[in-house]
Design a protein around this ligand. Sequence first.
Ligand SMILES: [Cu+2]
Length: 111
Amino acid sequence: MKRIFFTLLSVVILGTAQETQPRVVTISAKPFEFPPSPVTLKRGEPVTLRVSAEDRDHGFYQKDLQPELDLSPDHVAEATITPEKTGRFVAICDHFCGSGHGNMKMIINVE
Ligand SMILES: [Cu+2]
């Protein structure tokens, strides 16, 4: 009986832990885009943005949603955010990275 109880308890605990893991959205940074774009997030749902630079240093910044990441090819950067309002948000590269830097953007739609 005790064994059944602890088995059930661990199922509940593990199940809860899995449910609370934020969804991960994987994003690449390369000249001069952030595929995949656009992405759609849900208001109130925590999400981890996992961003890797493929070629050189970049930045990843969005003033309303607040991810602000320094990207370099030797590591993967992450920010977990919870969008509080719906709309269309434009994330930008905020580290100068070459001729197309000014147009290096990503669209994040929040529903
Ligand atoms: Cu740039």
